[in-house]
Design a protein around this ligand. Structure first.
Ligand code: SF4
Length: 556
Protein backbone atom coordinates (compact mmCIF):
# COMPACT_ATOMS: atom_id res chain seq x y z
CA UNK A 1 0.00 0.00 0.00
CA UNK A 2 1.17 3.54 -0.79
CA UNK A 3 2.17 4.92 2.64
CA UNK A 4 2.15 8.54 1.46
CA UNK A 5 -1.63 8.51 1.30
CA UNK A 6 -3.81 9.42 4.19
CA UNK A 7 -5.62 6.46 5.73
CA UNK A 8 -9.06 6.66 7.27
CA UNK A 9 -10.17 3.63 9.27
CA UNK A 10 -13.80 2.52 9.57
CA UNK A 11 -15.49 -0.54 10.89
CA UNK A 12 -17.73 -0.67 7.86
CA UNK A 13 -17.36 1.16 4.55
CA UNK A 14 -20.21 1.52 2.05
CA UNK A 15 -19.22 2.18 -1.55
CA UNK A 16 -22.08 4.04 -3.27
CA UNK A 17 -25.07 5.82 -1.76
CA UNK A 18 -27.89 4.05 -3.57
CA UNK A 19 -30.98 2.51 -1.96
CA UNK A 20 -29.28 -0.82 -1.16
CA UNK A 21 -26.38 0.73 0.72
CA UNK A 22 -28.47 3.39 2.44
CA UNK A 23 -30.99 0.79 3.67
CA UNK A 24 -28.08 -1.35 4.80
CA UNK A 25 -26.39 1.49 6.68
CA UNK A 26 -29.63 2.56 8.42
CA UNK A 27 -30.40 -1.02 9.47
CA UNK A 28 -26.81 -1.54 10.60
CA UNK A 29 -26.90 1.57 12.82
CA UNK A 30 -30.23 0.44 14.30
CA UNK A 31 -28.92 -3.03 15.09
CA UNK A 32 -25.71 -1.59 16.55
CA UNK A 33 -27.76 0.75 18.74
CA UNK A 34 -29.91 -2.14 19.98
CA UNK A 35 -26.80 -4.13 20.83
CA UNK A 36 -25.07 -1.08 22.33
CA UNK A 37 -22.17 -1.47 19.90
CA UNK A 38 -20.18 1.60 18.93
CA UNK A 39 -19.18 1.45 15.29
CA UNK A 40 -17.61 3.83 12.81
CA UNK A 41 -19.41 3.70 9.48
CA UNK A 42 -18.38 5.54 6.31
CA UNK A 43 -20.07 5.85 2.94
CA UNK A 44 -18.63 7.32 -0.26
CA UNK A 45 -20.64 8.50 -3.24
CA UNK A 46 -19.19 9.57 -6.60
CA UNK A 47 -22.02 12.05 -7.27
CA UNK A 48 -21.66 15.55 -5.92
CA UNK A 49 -24.66 15.05 -3.60
CA UNK A 50 -26.60 12.02 -2.42
CA UNK A 51 -29.15 11.23 -5.12
CA UNK A 52 -27.41 13.15 -7.89
CA UNK A 53 -26.59 9.89 -9.72
CA UNK A 54 -29.76 8.05 -8.71
CA UNK A 55 -32.26 7.39 -11.46
CA UNK A 56 -34.92 4.73 -11.86
CA UNK A 57 -38.47 4.20 -13.24
CA UNK A 58 -39.48 4.25 -10.34
CA UNK A 59 -42.34 2.21 -8.96
CA UNK A 60 -41.50 1.16 -5.45
CA UNK A 61 -42.96 -1.90 -3.78
CA UNK A 62 -42.76 -0.58 -0.21
CA UNK A 63 -42.29 -4.00 1.40
CA UNK A 64 -38.66 -3.40 2.41
CA UNK A 65 -39.29 0.27 3.21
CA UNK A 66 -42.03 -0.74 5.68
CA UNK A 67 -39.67 -3.20 7.35
CA UNK A 68 -36.91 -0.60 7.56
CA UNK A 69 -38.88 2.53 8.46
CA UNK A 70 -42.46 1.58 9.43
CA UNK A 71 -43.40 5.25 9.96
CA UNK A 72 -41.95 6.36 6.61
CA UNK A 73 -44.94 8.59 5.84
CA UNK A 74 -44.68 10.48 9.13
CA UNK A 75 -40.95 10.87 8.55
CA UNK A 76 -41.47 12.69 5.29
CA UNK A 77 -40.68 10.02 2.70
CA UNK A 78 -40.98 11.82 -0.68
CA UNK A 79 -43.71 10.06 -2.65
CA UNK A 80 -44.92 11.19 -6.05
CA UNK A 81 -48.02 9.03 -6.36
CA UNK A 82 -49.78 6.61 -4.04
CA UNK A 83 -52.40 5.42 -6.51
CA UNK A 84 -50.94 2.98 -9.00
CA UNK A 85 -53.72 1.97 -11.38
CA UNK A 86 -52.09 0.02 -14.19
CA UNK A 87 -52.73 -0.41 -17.84
CA UNK A 88 -50.59 -2.53 -20.16
CA UNK A 89 -50.64 -1.67 -23.85
CA UNK A 90 -49.37 -3.38 -26.93
CA UNK A 91 -48.34 -0.64 -29.37
CA UNK A 92 -48.38 -0.87 -33.14
CA UNK A 93 -46.81 1.87 -35.26
CA UNK A 94 -49.92 4.05 -35.22
CA UNK A 95 -52.20 2.49 -32.65
CA UNK A 96 -52.37 -0.28 -30.11
CA UNK A 97 -54.67 -1.90 -27.63
CA UNK A 98 -54.91 -2.43 -23.92
CA UNK A 99 -54.14 -6.00 -22.84
CA UNK A 100 -57.24 -7.27 -21.03
CA UNK A 101 -55.32 -9.78 -18.90
CA UNK A 102 -52.31 -8.46 -16.99
CA UNK A 103 -50.19 -11.10 -15.23
CA UNK A 104 -50.21 -10.74 -11.46
CA UNK A 105 -46.54 -9.85 -11.32
CA UNK A 106 -47.28 -6.67 -13.26
CA UNK A 107 -49.92 -5.42 -10.81
CA UNK A 108 -48.78 -2.38 -8.88
CA UNK A 109 -51.82 -1.53 -6.72
CA UNK A 110 -49.87 -1.67 -3.48
CA UNK A 111 -46.92 0.30 -4.83
CA UNK A 112 -45.78 3.92 -4.81
CA UNK A 113 -44.34 6.06 -7.57
CA UNK A 114 -41.21 7.85 -6.39
CA UNK A 115 -38.25 9.78 -7.71
CA UNK A 116 -35.21 7.66 -6.81
CA UNK A 117 -33.10 10.76 -6.65
CA UNK A 118 -35.37 12.37 -4.02
CA UNK A 119 -35.86 9.06 -2.21
CA UNK A 120 -32.14 8.36 -1.79
CA UNK A 121 -31.56 11.94 -0.64
CA UNK A 122 -34.18 11.40 2.05
CA UNK A 123 -32.67 8.05 3.10
CA UNK A 124 -29.24 9.70 3.15
CA UNK A 125 -30.49 12.33 5.59
CA UNK A 126 -31.79 9.60 7.91
CA UNK A 127 -28.52 7.67 7.69
CA UNK A 128 -26.55 10.81 8.57
CA UNK A 129 -28.83 11.48 11.55
CA UNK A 130 -27.98 7.99 12.76
CA UNK A 131 -24.26 8.68 12.60
CA UNK A 132 -23.18 7.41 9.17
CA UNK A 133 -20.34 9.55 7.77
CA UNK A 134 -21.30 10.20 4.16
CA UNK A 135 -18.76 11.67 1.73
CA UNK A 136 -20.37 12.81 -1.52
CA UNK A 137 -18.01 13.73 -4.34
CA UNK A 138 -15.62 10.87 -3.54
CA UNK A 139 -15.27 8.14 -6.13
CA UNK A 140 -13.81 4.76 -5.20
CA UNK A 141 -11.26 3.97 -7.90
CA UNK A 142 -9.36 0.99 -6.54
CA UNK A 143 -10.11 -1.92 -4.25
CA UNK A 144 -7.50 -2.44 -1.54
CA UNK A 145 -6.48 -5.98 -0.60
CA UNK A 146 -4.30 -7.53 2.08
CA UNK A 147 -0.77 -8.67 1.20
CA UNK A 148 -1.75 -11.93 -0.49
CA UNK A 149 -4.88 -10.43 -2.11
CA UNK A 150 -7.13 -12.91 -0.31
CA UNK A 151 -9.17 -10.31 1.57
CA UNK A 152 -10.63 -6.89 0.75
CA UNK A 153 -9.42 -4.30 3.26
CA UNK A 154 -10.98 -1.14 1.82
CA UNK A 155 -11.13 1.22 -1.12
CA UNK A 156 -8.91 3.99 -2.45
CA UNK A 157 -10.64 7.16 -3.59
CA UNK A 158 -9.55 8.84 -6.80
CA UNK A 159 -6.91 11.56 -6.89
CA UNK A 160 -8.26 15.03 -7.56
CA UNK A 161 -6.54 17.77 -9.53
CA UNK A 162 -4.83 15.70 -12.28
CA UNK A 163 -4.81 17.28 -15.73
CA UNK A 164 -5.70 15.57 -19.00
CA UNK A 165 -2.05 14.63 -19.57
CA UNK A 166 -1.81 12.96 -16.16
CA UNK A 167 0.14 15.80 -14.53
CA UNK A 168 -0.64 17.22 -11.09
CA UNK A 169 -2.40 20.59 -11.09
CA UNK A 170 -2.06 23.23 -8.36
CA UNK A 171 -5.20 21.89 -6.65
CA UNK A 172 -3.90 18.32 -6.57
CA UNK A 173 -5.19 16.17 -3.71
CA UNK A 174 -4.19 12.52 -3.48
CA UNK A 175 -6.95 9.98 -2.93
CA UNK A 176 -7.46 8.54 0.52
CA UNK A 177 -7.21 4.91 1.57
CA UNK A 178 -10.42 4.07 3.39
CA UNK A 179 -9.72 0.96 5.44
CA UNK A 180 -12.56 -1.18 6.76
CA UNK A 181 -13.29 -4.56 8.31
CA UNK A 182 -16.09 -5.00 5.76
CA UNK A 183 -16.53 -3.07 2.50
CA UNK A 184 -20.07 -3.12 1.16
CA UNK A 185 -20.27 -2.63 -2.61
CA UNK A 186 -23.51 -1.08 -3.78
CA UNK A 187 -22.14 0.67 -6.84
CA UNK A 188 -25.21 0.10 -8.99
CA UNK A 189 -25.33 -1.55 -12.37
CA UNK A 190 -22.01 -2.53 -14.01
CA UNK A 191 -19.87 -1.12 -11.21
CA UNK A 192 -16.25 -0.43 -12.07
CA UNK A 193 -14.83 -1.76 -8.80
CA UNK A 194 -16.81 -4.99 -8.76
CA UNK A 195 -15.50 -5.67 -12.29
CA UNK A 196 -11.94 -5.82 -10.99
CA UNK A 197 -12.93 -7.45 -7.75
CA UNK A 198 -14.83 -10.10 -9.69
CA UNK A 199 -11.67 -11.10 -11.51
CA UNK A 200 -9.51 -11.23 -8.37
CA UNK A 201 -12.02 -12.96 -6.10
CA UNK A 202 -13.75 -15.10 -8.69
CA UNK A 203 -17.30 -14.13 -7.73
CA UNK A 204 -18.81 -14.58 -11.19
CA UNK A 205 -17.61 -18.09 -12.04
CA UNK A 206 -20.31 -20.75 -12.62
CA UNK A 207 -22.89 -17.98 -13.11
CA UNK A 208 -24.66 -16.98 -16.26
CA UNK A 209 -23.23 -13.83 -17.86
CA UNK A 210 -24.63 -10.61 -16.50
CA UNK A 211 -26.93 -8.94 -19.02
CA UNK A 212 -28.22 -5.40 -19.12
CA UNK A 213 -30.85 -3.03 -20.40
CA UNK A 214 -30.50 0.68 -21.07
CA UNK A 215 -33.25 2.99 -19.89
CA UNK A 216 -33.76 6.59 -20.94
CA UNK A 217 -36.13 8.58 -18.81
CA UNK A 218 -37.55 12.08 -18.67
CA UNK A 219 -39.65 14.03 -16.22
CA UNK A 220 -42.08 16.12 -18.27
CA UNK A 221 -44.33 18.92 -17.12
CA UNK A 222 -47.65 18.55 -18.97
CA UNK A 223 -50.55 20.99 -19.38
CA UNK A 224 -53.46 20.72 -16.94
CA UNK A 225 -55.64 19.86 -19.91
CA UNK A 226 -53.76 16.59 -20.57
CA UNK A 227 -56.26 13.68 -20.53
CA UNK A 228 -53.83 11.64 -18.45
CA UNK A 229 -54.26 13.88 -15.40
CA UNK A 230 -57.93 12.95 -15.05
CA UNK A 231 -57.71 9.38 -16.40
CA UNK A 232 -58.36 6.29 -14.34
CA UNK A 233 -54.94 4.93 -15.32
CA UNK A 234 -51.94 6.41 -13.52
CA UNK A 235 -49.33 3.85 -14.56
CA UNK A 236 -48.91 2.86 -18.18
CA UNK A 237 -46.56 0.15 -19.48
CA UNK A 238 -46.17 -0.66 -23.15
CA UNK A 239 -44.50 -3.21 -25.37
CA UNK A 240 -44.27 -3.59 -29.13
CA UNK A 241 -43.58 -0.35 -31.03
CA UNK A 242 -40.97 1.10 -31.40
CA UNK A 243 -38.96 -2.05 -30.63
CA UNK A 244 -41.09 -4.73 -32.29
CA UNK A 245 -41.71 -8.13 -30.77
CA UNK A 246 -38.26 -9.58 -31.36
CA UNK A 247 -36.52 -6.86 -29.38
CA UNK A 248 -36.71 -6.88 -25.61
CA UNK A 249 -37.88 -3.76 -23.85
CA UNK A 250 -40.82 -1.46 -23.44
CA UNK A 251 -42.05 1.97 -22.52
CA UNK A 252 -43.52 3.47 -19.39
CA UNK A 253 -45.38 6.57 -18.36
CA UNK A 254 -46.32 7.34 -14.74
CA UNK A 255 -48.30 10.20 -13.30
CA UNK A 256 -46.36 12.29 -10.76
CA UNK A 257 -47.31 15.23 -8.56
CA UNK A 258 -47.82 18.77 -9.86
CA UNK A 259 -48.84 18.14 -13.51
CA UNK A 260 -45.76 16.09 -14.19
CA UNK A 261 -45.24 12.64 -15.67
CA UNK A 262 -42.19 10.49 -16.07
CA UNK A 263 -41.78 8.88 -19.43
CA UNK A 264 -39.17 6.35 -20.45
CA UNK A 265 -38.10 3.52 -22.67
CA UNK A 266 -36.08 0.45 -21.70
CA UNK A 267 -34.07 -1.32 -24.41
CA UNK A 268 -32.42 -4.66 -23.67
CA UNK A 269 -28.81 -4.63 -24.81
CA UNK A 270 -28.94 -8.04 -26.48
CA UNK A 271 -30.30 -6.44 -29.65
CA UNK A 272 -28.76 -7.50 -32.98
CA UNK A 273 -29.15 -4.49 -35.27
CA UNK A 274 -26.00 -2.30 -35.16
CA UNK A 275 -28.13 0.62 -36.40
CA UNK A 276 -30.51 0.52 -33.44
CA UNK A 277 -30.26 3.71 -31.41
CA UNK A 278 -32.01 3.54 -28.02
CA UNK A 279 -32.29 7.34 -27.81
CA UNK A 280 -33.96 7.57 -31.19
CA UNK A 281 -36.31 4.71 -30.25
CA UNK A 282 -37.22 6.68 -27.13
CA UNK A 283 -38.12 9.71 -29.23
CA UNK A 284 -40.25 7.53 -31.49
CA UNK A 285 -41.99 6.16 -28.41
CA UNK A 286 -42.78 9.73 -27.31
CA UNK A 287 -44.22 10.49 -30.74
CA UNK A 288 -46.53 7.47 -30.75
CA UNK A 289 -50.13 8.78 -30.82
CA UNK A 290 -51.02 7.25 -27.43
CA UNK A 291 -48.06 8.91 -25.69
CA UNK A 292 -47.97 12.09 -27.78
CA UNK A 293 -51.59 12.86 -26.86
CA UNK A 294 -50.70 12.72 -23.17
CA UNK A 295 -47.52 14.79 -23.30
CA UNK A 296 -48.34 17.31 -26.05
CA UNK A 297 -47.78 20.90 -24.97
CA UNK A 298 -45.37 19.63 -22.32
CA UNK A 299 -41.82 20.52 -21.44
CA UNK A 300 -38.96 18.19 -20.49
CA UNK A 301 -37.69 19.20 -17.06
CA UNK A 302 -35.01 16.56 -16.62
CA UNK A 303 -33.55 13.68 -18.59
CA UNK A 304 -31.26 10.82 -17.67
CA UNK A 305 -30.10 7.35 -18.61
CA UNK A 306 -28.79 4.26 -16.91
CA UNK A 307 -28.27 0.56 -17.43
CA UNK A 308 -30.13 -2.04 -15.42
CA UNK A 309 -28.63 -5.33 -14.43
CA UNK A 310 -31.43 -7.47 -15.82
CA UNK A 311 -30.20 -11.06 -15.82
CA UNK A 312 -31.94 -12.15 -12.64
CA UNK A 313 -31.40 -15.04 -10.28
CA UNK A 314 -29.01 -17.14 -12.36
CA UNK A 315 -26.69 -14.20 -13.01
CA UNK A 316 -26.35 -13.24 -9.36
CA UNK A 317 -22.65 -13.35 -8.35
CA UNK A 318 -21.36 -14.84 -5.11
CA UNK A 319 -22.63 -12.31 -2.58
CA UNK A 320 -19.66 -12.36 -0.21
CA UNK A 321 -15.90 -12.75 -0.17
CA UNK A 322 -13.35 -12.20 2.59
CA UNK A 323 -13.91 -8.69 3.95
CA UNK A 324 -16.66 -7.73 1.53
CA UNK A 325 -20.31 -8.12 0.51
CA UNK A 326 -22.26 -7.08 -2.62
CA UNK A 327 -25.75 -5.62 -2.54
CA UNK A 328 -28.39 -4.18 -4.87
CA UNK A 329 -27.61 -3.92 -8.56
CA UNK A 330 -23.98 -4.86 -7.83
CA UNK A 331 -25.45 -8.25 -6.89
CA UNK A 332 -27.93 -8.33 -9.79
CA UNK A 333 -30.95 -8.05 -7.48
CA UNK A 334 -33.40 -6.57 -10.00
CA UNK A 335 -36.60 -8.49 -10.73
CA UNK A 336 -37.10 -7.91 -14.46
CA UNK A 337 -40.43 -9.71 -14.43
CA UNK A 338 -41.90 -7.15 -12.01
CA UNK A 339 -39.97 -4.29 -13.66
CA UNK A 340 -38.62 -3.24 -10.30
CA UNK A 341 -35.64 -3.71 -8.04
CA UNK A 342 -35.49 -0.97 -5.42
CA UNK A 343 -37.30 -3.16 -2.89
CA UNK A 344 -35.00 -6.15 -3.48
CA UNK A 345 -31.96 -3.86 -3.41
CA UNK A 346 -33.02 -2.43 -0.05
CA UNK A 347 -33.80 -5.84 1.40
CA UNK A 348 -30.45 -7.23 0.25
CA UNK A 349 -28.73 -4.37 2.06
CA UNK A 350 -30.73 -5.03 5.22
CA UNK A 351 -29.88 -8.73 5.25
CA UNK A 352 -26.23 -7.82 4.65
CA UNK A 353 -26.38 -5.50 7.68
CA UNK A 354 -27.54 -8.41 9.86
CA UNK A 355 -24.63 -10.57 8.66
CA UNK A 356 -22.19 -7.70 9.27
CA UNK A 357 -23.38 -7.25 12.86
CA UNK A 358 -22.92 -11.00 13.37
CA UNK A 359 -19.38 -10.72 11.94
CA UNK A 360 -18.59 -7.75 14.18
CA UNK A 361 -19.74 -9.70 17.23
CA UNK A 362 -17.51 -12.62 16.24
CA UNK A 363 -14.72 -10.29 15.11
CA UNK A 364 -14.43 -12.50 12.04
CA UNK A 365 -14.89 -11.02 8.57
CA UNK A 366 -14.14 -14.09 6.52
CA UNK A 367 -16.29 -15.44 3.71
CA UNK A 368 -17.43 -18.20 6.05
CA UNK A 369 -18.93 -15.77 8.58
CA UNK A 370 -20.29 -13.28 6.04
CA UNK A 371 -22.03 -16.19 4.25
CA UNK A 372 -24.82 -15.53 6.72
CA UNK A 373 -25.84 -12.80 4.23
CA UNK A 374 -26.02 -15.19 1.31
CA UNK A 375 -27.99 -17.69 3.37
CA UNK A 376 -30.27 -14.89 4.57
CA UNK A 377 -31.05 -13.89 0.98
CA UNK A 378 -31.87 -17.51 0.12
CA UNK A 379 -34.31 -17.71 3.05
CA UNK A 380 -35.96 -14.33 2.43
CA UNK A 381 -38.77 -13.15 0.17
CA UNK A 382 -36.07 -11.97 -2.27
CA UNK A 383 -35.45 -15.62 -3.19
CA UNK A 384 -39.18 -16.44 -3.38
CA UNK A 385 -39.83 -13.53 -5.69
CA UNK A 386 -36.77 -13.81 -7.90
CA UNK A 387 -36.75 -17.57 -8.20
CA UNK A 388 -40.16 -17.45 -9.86
CA UNK A 389 -38.61 -15.08 -12.43
CA UNK A 390 -35.35 -17.04 -12.83
CA UNK A 391 -35.83 -17.74 -16.55
CA UNK A 392 -37.85 -14.67 -17.47
CA UNK A 393 -35.16 -12.49 -19.05
CA UNK A 394 -33.89 -15.52 -20.97
CA UNK A 395 -37.42 -16.22 -22.26
CA UNK A 396 -37.79 -12.64 -23.46
CA UNK A 397 -34.61 -13.08 -25.50
CA UNK A 398 -36.22 -15.88 -27.54
CA UNK A 399 -37.56 -15.05 -30.96
CA UNK A 400 -41.07 -15.24 -32.38
CA UNK A 401 -43.75 -17.47 -30.95
CA UNK A 402 -41.19 -19.38 -28.84
CA UNK A 403 -40.90 -16.36 -26.56
CA UNK A 404 -44.59 -16.55 -25.64
CA UNK A 405 -44.46 -20.32 -25.22
CA UNK A 406 -41.63 -19.97 -22.70
CA UNK A 407 -43.30 -17.12 -20.83
CA UNK A 408 -46.65 -18.94 -20.74
CA UNK A 409 -45.04 -22.16 -19.52
CA UNK A 410 -43.12 -20.26 -16.83
CA UNK A 411 -46.34 -18.63 -15.67
CA UNK A 412 -47.93 -22.00 -14.94
CA UNK A 413 -44.84 -23.77 -13.54
CA UNK A 414 -43.57 -21.25 -11.00
CA UNK A 415 -40.77 -20.08 -13.31
CA UNK A 416 -39.42 -23.46 -14.45
CA UNK A 417 -40.96 -23.25 -17.92
CA UNK A 418 -39.93 -25.43 -20.85
CA UNK A 419 -36.26 -25.52 -19.90
CA UNK A 420 -34.53 -24.70 -16.64
CA UNK A 421 -32.10 -23.02 -16.72
CA UNK A 422 -32.59 -21.26 -20.03
CA UNK A 423 -29.27 -19.93 -21.25
CA UNK A 424 -28.44 -16.37 -22.21
CA UNK A 425 -25.82 -14.63 -24.35
CA UNK A 426 -23.51 -11.80 -23.34
CA UNK A 427 -24.77 -8.48 -24.69
CA UNK A 428 -21.55 -7.66 -26.54
CA UNK A 429 -21.81 -10.86 -28.58
CA UNK A 430 -25.22 -10.33 -30.16
CA UNK A 431 -24.71 -7.66 -32.86
CA UNK A 432 -25.02 -9.03 -36.38
CA UNK A 433 -22.17 -8.22 -38.74
CA UNK A 434 -23.40 -5.96 -41.53
CA UNK A 435 -23.47 -7.36 -45.03
CA UNK A 436 -21.76 -5.06 -47.60
CA UNK A 437 -25.20 -4.12 -48.93
CA UNK A 438 -26.55 -3.12 -45.53
CA UNK A 439 -23.34 -1.38 -44.52
CA UNK A 440 -23.56 0.86 -47.56
CA UNK A 441 -27.01 1.98 -46.57
CA UNK A 442 -25.60 3.33 -43.29
CA UNK A 443 -28.16 4.40 -40.74
CA UNK A 444 -31.76 4.20 -41.91
CA UNK A 445 -33.42 6.12 -39.11
CA UNK A 446 -36.35 8.43 -39.67
CA UNK A 447 -35.08 12.03 -39.32
CA UNK A 448 -36.11 13.50 -36.00
CA UNK A 449 -37.42 17.01 -35.51
CA UNK A 450 -36.46 18.61 -32.26
CA UNK A 451 -38.33 21.52 -30.75
CA UNK A 452 -35.94 21.94 -27.82
CA UNK A 453 -38.84 21.74 -25.37
CA UNK A 454 -40.65 18.42 -25.57
CA UNK A 455 -38.48 16.67 -28.14
CA UNK A 456 -34.84 17.34 -27.40
CA UNK A 457 -31.64 16.13 -29.03
CA UNK A 458 -28.96 14.22 -27.15
CA UNK A 459 -26.89 17.25 -26.23
CA UNK A 460 -29.91 19.10 -24.85
CA UNK A 461 -30.69 15.91 -22.92
CA UNK A 462 -27.18 15.97 -21.44
CA UNK A 463 -27.76 19.59 -20.46
CA UNK A 464 -31.10 18.65 -18.87
CA UNK A 465 -29.40 15.90 -16.86
CA UNK A 466 -27.20 18.57 -15.26
CA UNK A 467 -24.10 16.62 -16.29
CA UNK A 468 -20.81 18.37 -15.59
CA UNK A 469 -17.25 17.11 -15.41
CA UNK A 470 -13.99 18.86 -14.78
CA UNK A 471 -12.80 19.27 -18.38
CA UNK A 472 -9.07 19.14 -17.66
CA UNK A 473 -8.75 15.60 -16.34
CA UNK A 474 -7.69 12.27 -17.87
CA UNK A 475 -10.38 10.73 -20.08
CA UNK A 476 -12.34 8.27 -17.94
CA UNK A 477 -13.45 6.24 -20.97
CA UNK A 478 -10.62 3.93 -21.88
CA UNK A 479 -10.71 2.85 -25.52
CA UNK A 480 -8.01 0.20 -25.54
CA UNK A 481 -7.25 0.18 -29.26
CA UNK A 482 -8.62 2.99 -31.40
CA UNK A 483 -7.45 1.18 -34.55
CA UNK A 484 -10.29 -1.31 -33.97
CA UNK A 485 -12.81 1.58 -34.05
CA UNK A 486 -11.37 2.99 -37.23
CA UNK A 487 -11.11 -0.31 -39.09
CA UNK A 488 -12.77 -3.53 -37.89
CA UNK A 489 -15.62 -1.93 -35.97
CA UNK A 490 -16.42 0.47 -38.80
CA UNK A 491 -16.36 -2.28 -41.39
CA UNK A 492 -18.44 -4.78 -39.39
CA UNK A 493 -20.86 -2.56 -37.49
CA UNK A 494 -20.38 1.08 -38.58
CA UNK A 495 -19.31 2.10 -35.03
CA UNK A 496 -22.45 1.40 -33.00
CA UNK A 497 -21.03 3.30 -29.99
CA UNK A 498 -22.02 6.55 -31.70
CA UNK A 499 -25.62 5.28 -31.68
CA UNK A 500 -26.03 3.40 -28.42
CA UNK A 501 -24.44 6.10 -26.28
CA UNK A 502 -27.25 8.42 -25.12
CA UNK A 503 -24.78 11.22 -24.32
CA UNK A 504 -23.21 11.72 -27.78
CA UNK A 505 -19.86 10.92 -26.25
CA UNK A 506 -18.45 8.97 -29.21
CA UNK A 507 -18.13 10.33 -32.72
CA UNK A 508 -16.30 9.03 -35.75
CA UNK A 509 -14.92 11.90 -37.79
CA UNK A 510 -13.36 11.70 -41.20
CA UNK A 511 -9.95 13.30 -41.26
CA UNK A 512 -7.65 14.17 -44.15
CA UNK A 513 -7.58 11.58 -46.96
CA UNK A 514 -10.79 10.04 -45.63
CA UNK A 515 -9.04 8.60 -42.57
CA UNK A 516 -11.55 7.85 -39.83
CA UNK A 517 -10.85 8.95 -36.31
CA UNK A 518 -12.63 8.31 -33.02
CA UNK A 519 -13.40 11.47 -31.06
CA UNK A 520 -14.48 11.11 -27.41
CA UNK A 521 -16.37 13.82 -25.52
CA UNK A 522 -16.09 12.46 -21.95
CA UNK A 523 -17.64 15.59 -20.41
CA UNK A 524 -21.05 14.46 -21.79
CA UNK A 525 -20.95 11.09 -20.07
CA UNK A 526 -24.12 10.20 -18.16
CA UNK A 527 -22.40 7.30 -16.37
CA UNK A 528 -24.94 4.86 -17.82
CA UNK A 529 -22.24 2.25 -18.77
CA UNK A 530 -24.00 1.20 -21.99
CA UNK A 531 -20.71 1.47 -23.89
CA UNK A 532 -18.88 -0.99 -21.68
CA UNK A 533 -21.76 -3.47 -21.94
CA UNK A 534 -22.51 -3.28 -25.66
CA UNK A 535 -19.22 -2.61 -27.39
CA UNK A 536 -18.82 -5.69 -29.65
CA UNK A 537 -15.03 -5.78 -29.28
CA UNK A 538 -15.01 -5.18 -25.51
CA UNK A 539 -12.74 -2.31 -26.40
CA UNK A 540 -14.22 0.23 -23.94
CA UNK A 541 -13.68 0.29 -20.19
CA UNK A 542 -15.60 2.79 -18.10
CA UNK A 543 -13.62 4.14 -15.15
CA UNK A 544 -14.62 6.68 -12.52
CA UNK A 545 -13.89 10.29 -13.41
CA UNK A 546 -12.90 12.77 -10.73
CA UNK A 547 -15.39 12.58 -7.83
CA UNK A 548 -18.34 14.96 -8.05
CA UNK A 549 -18.52 14.77 -11.86
CA UNK A 550 -21.46 13.36 -13.80
CA UNK A 551 -25.19 13.95 -13.80
CA UNK A 552 -26.94 16.10 -11.27
CA UNK A 553 -30.33 14.42 -11.00
CA UNK A 554 -32.87 15.93 -8.65
CA UNK A 555 -36.25 14.61 -9.83
CA UNK A 556 -35.80 11.47 -11.98
FE1 SF4 B 1 -23.18 5.96 -21.19
FE2 SF4 B 1 -20.75 5.20 -22.06
FE3 SF4 B 1 -22.09 7.15 -23.28
FE4 SF4 B 1 -21.07 7.54 -20.82
S1 SF4 B 1 -19.93 7.16 -22.69
S2 SF4 B 1 -23.11 8.15 -21.55
S3 SF4 B 1 -21.35 5.53 -19.93
S4 SF4 B 1 -22.68 5.02 -23.17
Amino acid sequence: MDQTREQLPFDILFVGAGPANLASAIHLMELAREKKMKIEVGMIEKGNTIGSHAISGAILDPIALKELIPDYLERGCPIEQTECRDNLYFLTRKGGFSIPFTPKYLHNEACLVISLSKFTRWLGGLAEEMGVNIFPGFAGTEVLYNADASCVIGVRTGDKGIDKHGKKKSNYEPGIDLIAKVSVFGEGSKGSLIRDLGKKMDIFSNKMPQVFETAIKEVIEIPESSPFLSAETTVLHTFGYPLRLNKKGGGFLYRLKDNRVCCGLVVALDYQDPFLEPYEAFLRFKRHPLIAEIIQGGKVLQQGAKTLSAGGYYTMPALVANGTVFVGDSASMLNTQRLKGIHTAMKSGMIAAEAIIFALEKNDFSTKTLKKYELGVEKSWIKDERYKARNFTQALSQKGFLKFMHIGAQYFTGGRGLKDPLTIRKDNSTLKTLTPKKANKTKTAVPQHFDGTLYVDKLTGVYLSGTKHEEDQPCHLIVHDTRICETKCFESYRNPCALFCPGKVYEIKEGPQGKRQLVINPANCLHCKTCEVKDPFENITWTCPEGGGGPNYSMV
